[in-house]
Design a binder for this molecule. Structure first.
Ligand SMILES: Cc1cc2nc3c(=O)[nH]c(=O)nc-3n(C[C@H](O)[C@H](O)[C@H](O)COP(=O)(O)OP(=O)(O)OC[C@H]3O[C@@H](n4cnc5c(N)ncnc54)[C@H](O)[C@@H]3O)c2cc1C
Length: 396
C-alpha cells in the first residue's frame, strides 16, 4: 500500500486535515489510518464561533451539529449571558461526514505500531509506504511540558421534561468547590436532551468516575430535572500548561515525523481545547502541499513552536491559578475574569489577546494573595515533591 501522505490516527486533528484536503486538494493521494472502527473516538468538541474566521466556518459547517447564539456563566456573585455564538461537533457527525468524503482512503482497525522515514508498520504485519506522514495519535507521554488538568465526566441525558435553558452554561460554578476549581458545563442539545459535565481544574489527573456521575445526578436534581435515560457518556483529562520546553518536547518524538493535534502540543493552554488550532493546521498543510517528509515536519514543528511561544502569557495566568490560590478559592479567578468585557473574553478563548487585554487581566486587586501571585509568575510549576507527578523542564 502506498500514499503520498499518510495520516496516522483518525481523531480530530487528522480528520480535519483529511476532510480539508479532500475538498481543496483532490490531487493529493492520501490515506488515513485509524486504530478503531470509527473516526473521532467519543467526544463532543465545542468552540466559540469567534475562534474561527468566516472562511473556516464555511468548510467546518457540515461537521457542526449544534449551534447557539451565546452562552451563560454562573458564579456565586453573578450570572451573565455572553453573546457571540457557540458550536459543537460530535464525533458521530465527524465520522459520518469525513468517512463519506474519504471513502476507501480510510483504513479502519489499523493499529499503527511503528513509524519511520519510509513508512508505517501495523500490528497485523501490514506496511504502508508513504512519502510523508503526520502523526496525530493524540497526546504523547513527553515529560517536557509541565501541566495540570481540566478533567471531566459528561453524560448526555434524555430528560422527562424540557430543561428550559436558552443556551449552554459554560461554567456553573455555584456548585460546591471540590478537587480544585469545579463547575458544571451544560449543552442543551434539544428541549429535553442535554450534555451535563462535572468538571474540575485539578492538580492530579485521576478521575473517580462514579463520584462524577453522582455529582451530575445531584446537579440535575437541584435543577429540578428528571433523567429518563443516559444516552451517552464521555470523559476527558485535558492538559492545562504551566511551563515547559517545547524544543525538547519535539526532540522526544519520532525524529523527522510531522505531528498534529495534541501530539504537536497544539492546544489552548488554559482550556486544553484544540479545535481552532487543528482547523488552522489543516488549512496550512492544504495550502503548502505537496511537501517532502522533512518539509512537512518543519511546517508542523514551526506551527507548534510558534503557538507555544505566543501563549506564554496564558501559562503565566495558569501558574497564578494553580500555584497562587488555595484550590477551593480558584473559582474567584474565573469569577473575576467573567466580569471583563465580552470582546476581551472572546479574544482570550481565541488566543488573540492584545496588550491592553493583558494589562486588564492583571490590573487591580488579584483574586489570590498578592505575594503568592508574584511568586507564581516567577515559578515553573515543577513539583518534584508530589508523588506521581511528571517532572518537566521549563523555559518560561
Ligand atoms: C471527552 C473530550 C472532550 C473534549 N472537548 C473538547 C472541546 O469541546 N473542544 C475542544 O477544542 N477540545 C476538546 N477536547 C480536547 C481536544 O481537542 C481533544 O482531545 C481532541 O480530540 C484532540 O485531537 P487529536 O486529533 O490530537 O487527538 P484525538 O482526537 O484523541 O485522536 C487521536 C486518534 O488516534 C487514534 N490512535 C491512537 N493510537 C493509534 C494507533 N497506534 N494506531 C492508529 N490510530 C491510533 C485514536 O484512536 C484517535 O482516534 C476534548 C477532549 C476530550 C477527551
Amino acid at each position: 500500500m502506498d500514499a503520498d501522505l499518510a495520516l496516522v490516527g483518525g481523531g480530530l486533528a487528522n480528520s480535519l486535515i483529511a476532510y480539508h484536503l479532500v475538498q481543496t486538494r483532490a490531487d493529493i493521494d492520501l490515506l488515513l489510518l485509524e486504530r478503531d472502527g470509527h473516526l473521532g473516538g467519543e467526544h463532543t468538541w465545542s468552540f466559540n464561533s469567534p475562534d474561527l474566521t468566516p472562511r473556516q466556518h464555511d468548510w467546518i459547517n457540515p461537521l457542526v451539529q449544534y449551534r447557539w447564539p451565546g452562552y451563560e456563566v454562573r458564579f456565586p456573585e453573578f450570572t451573565r449571558w455572553i453573546e457571540g455564538g457557540y458550536q459543537t461537533i460530535t464525533s458521530t457527525r465527524l465520522h459520518d461526514v469525513v468517512a463519506r468524503s474519504l471513502g476507501d482512503r480510510i483504513l479502519f482497525n489499523s493499529n499503527v505500531t511503528s513509524i519511520d522515514a519510509g513508512g508505517i508498520g501495523l500490528s497485523d504485519g501490514r506496511r504502508v509506504r508513504a512519502k510523508a506522514i503526520v502523526d496525530g495519535r493524540g497526546p504523547s507521554n513527553s515529560s517536557q511540558l509541565v501541566i495540570r488538568y481540566q478533567k471531566f465526566v459528561g453524560q448526555v441525558l434524555r430528560l422527562e421534561e424540557p430543561h428550559g435553558l436558552r443556551g449552554p452554561i459554560l461554567m456553573d460554578a455555584t456548585v460546591e468547590q471540590l478537587d480544585g476549581y469545579r463547575f458544571v458545563y451544560v449543552l442543551p442539545f434539544e428541549d429535553d436532551l442535554a450534555l451535563v459535565e462535572d468538571t474540575r481544574y485539578s492538580d492530579v489527573p485521576g478521575i473517580e468516575r462514579d463520584r462524577y456521575v453522582a455529582a451530575i445526578e445531584d446537579y440535575v436534581g437541584t435543577r429540578g430535572w428528571k433523567i429518563k435515560r443516559v444516552e451517552y457518556e464521555e470523559q476527558g483529562v485535558l492538559p492545562v500548561a504551566l511551563s515547559g520546553d517545547i524544543g525538547q518536547f519535539w526532540e522526544d518524538g519520532i525524529s523527522g515525523v510531522a505531528r498534529s493535534g495534541l501530539r504537536a502540543a497544539l492546544f489552548h493552554p488554559t482550556t486544553g481545547y484544540s479545535l481552532p488550532n487543528a482547523v488552522r493546521l489543516a488549512e496550512r498543510i492544504g495550502r503548502l502541499l505537496p511537501l517532502s517528509a522533512s518539509e512537512l515536519y518543519d511546517l508542523t514543528r514551526l506551527e507548534s513552536v510558534t503557538h507555544w511561544n505566543e501563549t506564554g502569557f496564558f501559562r503565566m495566568l495558569n501558574r497564578m491559578l494553580f500555584l497562587a490560590g488555595e484550590p477551593a478559592q480558584r473559582f474567584r479567578v474565573f469569577q473575576r475574569f467573567y466580569r471583563l468585557p465580552a470582546p476581551l473574553i472572546e479574544r482570550f478563548y481565541a488566543g488573540r489577546l492584545k496588550n491592553l487585554d493583558r494589562f486588564r487581566l492583571l490590573v487591580g486587586r488579584p483574586p489570590v494573595p498578592v505575594g503568592r501571585a508574584a511568586a507564581a509568575v516567577m515559578a515553573t510549576g515543577r513539583r518534584e515533591a508530589v508523588p506521581g507527578y511528571t517532572k518537566g523542564r521549563e523555559d518560561d
